[in-house]
Design a protein around this ligand. Structure first.
Ligand code: CA
Length: 241
């Protein structure tokens, strides 16, 4: 495709205190041609996320010095929308939802297979590089509905002319639904289309949490949404009159 970025080596930051796990992640990611940086506690992870600007972060939850949730929360509060995949322990089901609510994009349950890790990394890594200092203004964005507009060149979303900070997943979910106005998609459809998951287990809660987060950002009243609506028992759709 013209203009598409060719074979740049993407940087994955692995934040994991168990050195054996960090090593095996590094080994397998490098096999897949990713550059890998590692951090062994939360503070180091946060510092490297800020300094090295990775394309994706694999972030363990239970970490010394600062837990993964806190690292994720701080990065999001700073407006850093790097894709973050949390590494969770099997018995911590609630952690998944909590992680998504504070802005993680995805999670992988330990013990994981490397095949699964690579698949999740590839599904979550930015396919398009968002500019660090976007020059696009609201007036060059395409109006979508109401006072919402999207600039698909700069990957920016505006509400009433003001830029809204979205994670990649939130942006992709919004643009997918908005490009098929009034068409209802089930959560399984969305997992396949937006999350690029071939297999969908009980992960559909991911969709609900992401919709909720997106509504909090784009809707004037998230409890009474006007853009992303729920068709009970069927799924979600982007409403255009
Ligand atoms: Ca750990």
């Amino acid at each position: 495709m013209p203009g598409e970025k060719t074979e740049t080596q993407r940087l994955v930051l692995v934040v994991e205190d168990e050195k054996s796990i960090a090593d095996i992640l590094r080994f397998n990611l490098e096999l897949k041609n990713y550059r890998v940086s590692t951090a062994y506690d939360g503070e180091e992870g946060l510092a490297k996320a800020r300094a090295e600007k990775p394309d994706l972060i694999l972030l363990d939850i239970m970490l010394p010095k600062m837990i993964g949730f806190e690292v994720c929360e701080i990065l999001r509060k700073e407006g850093n929308n790097v894709p973050i995949i949390l590494l969770t322990a099997r018995e911590e089901e609630d952690d998944k939802v909590k992680g998504l609510e504070i802005g993680a994009d995805d999670y992988i349950t330990k013990p994981f297979s490397m095949r699964e890790v690579i698949a999740r990394v590839e599904a979550n890594i930015r396919r398009n590089v968002m500019p660090q200092h976007p020059v696009a203004a609201a007036d060059s964005a395409m109006p979508v509905s109401g006072n919402l507009s999207i600039n698909t060149d700069s990957h920016q979303v505006f509400r009433a002319g003001k830029v809204i900070s979205l994670t990649q997943r939130e942006y992709e979910l919004l643009t997918f639904l908005a490009s098929h106005p009034n068409k209802v998609y089930s959560r399984v459809d969305l997992m396949e289309q937006v999350w690029n998951y071939g297999y969908v287990g009980d992960d559909v809660r991911t969709v609900d949490v992401t919709v909720r987060r997106l509504r909090e950002k784009i809707e004037a009243d998230p409890a009474n949404p006007q853009y992303i609506l729920t068709r009970r028992g069927a799924g979600y759709y982007f409403a255009v009159n």
